[in-house]
Design a protein around this ligand. Structure first.
Ligand code: FAD
Ligand code: 3HM
Length: 368
């Protein structure tokens, strides 16, 4: 088949699916994305992106739209029992914070501009390694390439039977967007990301991430077996008792229902089978400590689409080579994030060493 006529079916309009589809569309493929939800919208609240995914956004032409909708906090500060233990700037390495809504909207815009067909209310129930997907409606659609970007509960992955090891952590988090309320918080460096860790009288953590002038992302971490700490809507008494200085942002947080997610790590034996490739949380769900789940999803989606587009012969073999190229850096990111989740050692501060920033520093677009 000539390059111009190649077609991809992409399952899932999250950060991974939208990135892969945009790159393929820009490279002349016809692309259809299937999104099972009735509307295009992101899961979750706020997000931090680093150099790796910011380079991807630049390469696909989506960065300029995101820049004014995001910010660069002056410091990534870590506090233990409200005492500052570190204030990191990563030696000038690019990073930005934003709402997931802003990131999702610029990616949807980029995909539409690249000519991608976006179908909502379109659930894929199975995929076949020879290059087809079956929808919940019963329709079967064929493609040169099928991308399973359908998240941690991937049906593409599970219908094909990829082998995986799933590890659950003892902690989890409730993520919410609330008003900045800076003036109510009193004097302080409230434009910083501030990672507030308490171990006494109980393990509770508030990750404070300003996203823009008006919106603040807060992630409230507690052990899975702490029923009060993990309750949604949040138990205001418990959180204010432990973080009294944060009352102005905890009070509005208690009015939102929210969702508590336990951390988990999924490691697959393979990310590809035939002309089906998995990317994002379907392939490599990870603990969020290094804030790289979406970063790896977008980086790997970009390189996957480039590898498929430059393939002139055996696409299945070229997908295997793509996995070999990206696997090491993603595996190491997964295990480092799992280590931080397990040991809770990010509370010590200064944890973003050069080694821990390996994925953040990586530029997936420099591969060609
Ligand atoms: P998803 O975002 O899950 O998207 C999958 C899409 O597929 C969804 O739209 C879904 O509706 C759709 N879908 C599912 N099944 C089907 C089907 N059968 N048919 C059709 N459509 C389907 N990462 C970062 O980089 N930085 C951070 O700061 C960060 N913070 C995080 C904080 C927490 C608490 C957690 C839990 C994760 C965090 N992550 C972060 C990780 C990041 O959110 C995920 O890795 C990322 O969203 C994965 O994107 P995805 O596109 O693979 O999957
Ligand atoms: C941005 C970010 N960083 C870390 C975590 C975590 O360790 O739970 C969550 C986040 O959203």
């Amino acid at each position: 088949m000539s390059k111009e006529t190649r077609h991809a079916e992409v399952v899932g309009a999250g950060f991974a699916g939208l990135t892969a589809a945009t790159v393929l569309g820009q490279k002349g493929w016809t692309v259809t994305i299937h999104e099972k939800s009735a509307e295009l919208r992101p899961l979750g609240a706020g997000i931090v992106l680093w150099n790796n995914s910011l380079q991807v956004l630049k390469a696909i032409g989506a960065y300029d739209a995101l820049e004014p909708r995001s910010m660069v906090p002056p410091f990534y500060e870590t506090r233990s029992q409200n005492m500052t233990v570190s204030k990191e700037t990563f030696d000038g390495l690019p990073w930005r914070s934003m709402t997931r809504k802003a990131l999702h909207e610029v990616l949807v815009e980029a995909a539409a501009k690249a000519g991608v067909e976006l179908k909502v209310d379109s659930e894929v129930v199975t995929a076949d390694p020879s290059g087809s997907v079956t929808l919940a409606s019963g329709e079967v659609r064929s493609a040169d390439l099928v991308i399973g970007a359908d998240g941690v509960l991937s049906k593409v992955r599970d219908s094909i039977g990829f082998e995986q090891t799933r590890t659950k952590s003892r902690d989890g988090i409730t993520r919410l967007i609330v008003p900045r309320n800076k003036e109510l918080l009193g004097p302080g460096e409230w434009d910083n990301v501030i990672d507030f860790w308490n171990f006494e009288p109980r393990v509770l953590r508030v990750l404070y991430v300003p996203c823009n002038d008006d919106e603040l992302y807060i992630a409230l971490m507690s052990p899975v077996d702490d029923k009060e700490g993990s309750a949604v809507p949040i138990n205001l008494d418990v959180w204010v008792e432990n973080f009294p200085h944060l009352e102005p942002i905890l009070t509005p947080a208690a009015r939102i229902h929210g969702r508590y997610d336990g951390y988990q790590t999924n490691v697959l034996d393979n990310w590809t089978n035939g002309v089906v490739a998995l990317v994002g949380d379907s392939a490599h769900a990870m603990c969020p400590a290094l804030a790289q789940g979406a970063g790896c999803a977008m980086g790997n989606a970009y390189t996957l689409a480039v590898a498929a587009s430059t393939s002139t012969g055996d696409l299945a073999a070229d997908l295997v080579s793509w996995e070999a190229q990206e696997r090491g850096i993603t595996d190491r990111c997964q295990s480092r994030s799992a280590y931080f989740a397990e040991t809770r050692s990010m509370a010590k501060g200064n944890q973003f060493t050069t080694e821990m920033l390996e994925t953040a520093i990586y530029d997936p677009t420099a591969r060609g």
